[in-house]
Design a protein. Structure first.
Length: 114
């Protein structure tokens, strides 16, 4: 059983920054891949960024150069640093982890608005 808890969401003005955190109940070093997805109102959930156990990253084209995924194995935490935020980044952001199963957090709301 893996429990993922997101934090760090909130309201930010366009051009601002936020850092999301995903705390896992177990060691993340054994997880094949961890990542962030988001779901905006009326849209399907989409991949934002992923990070494999080997350190390979993948980003959605819409966030490349603005978002950075990282992890701290000692804290069993994965981060998503989001810079130069745009209104279209507004969504609920979900943490994901994959072992032999897929695990999801409950999400954290990010709202980008002036």
């Amino acid at each position: 059983q893996v429990r993922l808890v997101e934090s760090g969401g909130g309201l930010v003005q366009p051009g601002g920054s936020l850092r999301l955190s995903c705390a896992a109940s177990g060691s993340i070093s054994n997880m094949n891949i961890m990542g962030w997805y988001r779901m905006a109102p009326g849209k399907q959930r989409e991949l934002v960024a992923t990070l494999t156990s080997g350190g390979t990253t993948e980003y959605a084209d819409s966030v490349k150069g603005r978002f950075t995924i990282s992890r701290d194995n000692a804290k069993s935490t994965v981060y998503l640093q989001m810079n130069s935020l745009k209104p279209e980044d507004t969504a609920v952001y979900y943490c994901h982890a994959r072992t032999t199963l897929n695990w999801w957090g409950r999400g954290t709301q990010v709202t980008v608005s002036s």
